[in-house]
Design a protein around this ligand. Structure first.
Ligand code: ADP
Length: 165
């Protein structure tokens, strides 16, 4: 398949999981460049990791891919940020049907705000259906093993963070 252009993959990534990584890898089969963009307007929300920590973790995960994957953060409207970086595609990952309603609302709103930006949904691999950053944090905080759900570098940071909090 011929690859084309830049796509923005927005989210909280608090922290990045193997499910997110699966979506980035799938997106790289279609697009030349993927910008993993951390939405910082949701940072007041009680995120576990700071934006700088999340940028560092995502950078570590994709360092082998050179300029094909960039990490950034944004606090303006997603569609404006997308246009600003020269992209016209937003990638979102779909797990179960439960993601659909929220994603449908967001995509419809974004299309209304900027019709020339397309939302592109990618279905996750079946091993990642049940992974969410939220669940990973909860399981780690209760002493459970999430080693198959996040990269090793993220696991180390998670354990350290939860011990110190
Ligand atoms: P948000 O707060 O925007 O939902 P997340 O970091 O939780 O941010 O997720 C970012 C995107 O990645 C969303 O499109 C979400 O549906 C998707 N995603 C999260 N976990 C997975 C997974 N395990 N498999 C596929 N997509 C996922």
């Amino acid at each position: 398949m011929a690859r084309k252009g830049i796509a923005v993959y927005p989210g909280s990534f608090d922290p990045i999981t193997n499910g997110h990584i699966d979506i980035v890898q799938r997106a790289l089969r279609v697009f030349d460049h993927v910008i993993v963009a951390i939405a910082t307007n949701r940072a007041k929300d009680g995120s576990l990791f700071t934006v700088a920590e999340r940028v560092a973790m995502i950078g570590e995960v994709f360092k082998g891919l050179g300029s094909r994957v960039k990490v950034d953060s944004f606090d303006d409207l997603l569609v404006n940020y997308t246009a600003k970086v020269g992209a016209n595609v937003i990638i979102r990952g779909l797990r179960a049907v439960s993601d659909f309603e929220y994603e449908f609302q967001m995509a419809t709103m974004n299309r209304g705000l900027k019709p020339d930006v397309e939302t592109f949904f990618m279905m996750t691999g079946e091993s990642y259906f049940y992974i969410s950053s939220h669940l990973v944090k909860e399981v780690v905080s209760l002493g459970g093993d999430v080693s198959g759900l996040v990269p090793k570098s993220v696991l180390r940071r998670l354990q350290k963070k939860i011990k110190s909090s």
